[in-house]
Design a protein around this ligand. Structure first.
Ligand code: 13P
Ligand code: SF4
Length: 426
């Protein structure tokens, strides 16, 4: 077991001082090398995904932050944070680099962090070390006076970007034409839109306006039940895997889950398939969780008899079926924390989180199912250089990289988020 951070492991691999391998040696460089880049999210798991033309781009980071050592950046972040005191709260997602997590006041999953800010009303600034949709949700749920900052604007989520508002509106129009808009004799609407938390605020607002709801990986089943109490079927976006894995666990046949391909007539389906559908799945996926395979699980079991294999439900269905357990990031964290006997865990989720669990629980043997060191490209964009920069600008009285969701969008998105909270308060 190693306790080096993911960044340190990558540096060793690139210097030839480690036998491990990484999916991209460019990960050893500063993210600023890729911020203005053309058609992708930069090195890491989603480097092959196409970045939408309107995805936010990060401006130039001043040189002093690019050339500072990790120790210097650490000291500057600590000093700036001390100066700002209670006026700032730093939130860190489980998938963030260790060098960032050290400074977080709260560490959690996307939903826990979005609501954590509410517990710190005195904080004028919320520095969200995560990705764009999380910062948007924090802006929607926090007080009007609080400003949310995303240290690197290029930290998007390739999965969230796979469902854009125009394509979803187009899909909805086609479905309304096919199904009509009226409820059936039992009072059930033809279709209820459900968006995963990993989506733009605009899509959460779309759900709010159209009788729909938001879900997270920890409450997807509760939310689908809520939707089936109100509708004959569900349109689930953007993650096909979370939708399929959750609906299958509820007893819905995979034959009744057609995949919707944006920009194709009826999403590439026949009217008959859509009439028989229970869950229409958007064709999105997470490039981190797509890397996990059944072969990796077989290998772990062969090497470590008795290994507990736990994967995130964004993994493909065959991987979830082959694993011992599956659950959200918080489920995985709690499962490891609750193990009383020394255990070998093979975990299918982002490597920064797995590595942190391995360091925190040395009594267990904990490793990532994917042997290649390949962090989430966009989570990895939050480098300490950006955190030091945004905090020092705040000390100087300037707010940079603020994420603002416009009022109309926020109002509708809040409706869908509040339905989720009412479906079962977390
Ligand atoms: P959580 O909602 O569990 O934080 O997961 C977010 C995410 O991006 C998973 O890939
Ligand atoms: Fe998006 Fe996947 Fe990264 Fe999560 S791990 S932020 S779903 S790309």
């Amino acid at each position: 077991m190693t306790t080096a951070s993911v960044n340190e492991r990558i540096q060793l691999i690139v210097k030839g001082q480690s036998k491990d391998s990484t999916c991209s040696t460019s990960l050893a460089k500063g993210p600023w090398e890729f911020d203005g880049g053309p058609a992708a999210y930069g090195p890491g798991s989603s480097s092959e995904d196409v970045i939408p033309a309107d995805a936010p781009r990060q401006g130039v980071l001043p040189d002093e932050y690019k050339t500072a050592t990790q120790d210097e950046l650490h000291a500057r972040i600590v000093a700036a944070k001390a100066t700002l005191g209670d006026k700032v709260v730093i939130l860190g997602h489980f998938y963030q680099r260790e060098e960032i997590v050290q400074h977080a006041d709260y560490l959690g999953d996307s939903f826990q962090l979005a609501v954590a800010a509410k517990g710190r009303p005195e904080a004028e600034h919320i520095v969200f070390c995560g990705v764009h949709f999380m910062a948007e949700t924090a802006d929607i749920l926090s007080n009007d006076e609080q400003k949310v900052i995303l240290p690197n604007l290029a930290a998007g989520c390739s999965m969230a970007d796979m469902a854009d508002e125009d394509s979803v509106e187009d899909c909805w129009e086609q479905l309304m034409e096919l199904y009509g808009t009226e409820p059936n004799a039992a009072g059930l609407a033809p279709v209820i839109p459900v968006t995963y938390m990993n989506s733009s605020a605009a899509l959460k607002a779309f759900c709010g306006r159209n009788g729909g709801i938001v879900c997270t990986s920890s409450n997807a089943e509760i939310v689908l039940k809520w939707a089936f109490e109100r509708g004959q079927r569900v349109l689930f976006f953007p993650d096909q895997h979370l939708g399929r894995n959750t609906a299958k666990a509820m007893g819905i046949s995979v034959d009744q889950m057609p995949l919707w391909h944006g920009r194709k007539e009826l999403g590439g389906n026949t009217a008959e398939q859509l009439n028989e559908a229970k869950v229409i799945l958007w064709n999105g996926f997470c490039s981190v969780h797509k890397r996990f395979t059944v072969a990796q699980i077989d290998k772990a079991r062969a090497e470590f008899p008795g290994v507990r294999v736990i994967v995130h439900p964004e993994s493909p269905m065959a991987v979830v079926d082959a694993a011992d357990e599956y659950g959200s990031t918080d489920y995985i964290r709690k499962a490891v924390a609750a193990a009383t006997e020394p255990t070998t865990f093979a975990i299918g989720t982002e490597i920064n989180m797995v590595q942190r669990l391995a360091a925190q629980y040395p009594q267990h043997n904990i490793f990532c199912l994917d042997p290649v060191v390949c962090p989430c490209s966009t989570m990895y964009r939050i480098h300490p250089g950006y955190l030091a920069w945004v905090l020092e600008r705040l000390v100087a009285g300037e707010t940079v990289n603020q994420i603002v969701v416009n009022d109309n969008v926020a109002t509708d998105a809040r409706v869908a988020l509040e339905r989720m909270l009412a479906a079962k308060p977390l």
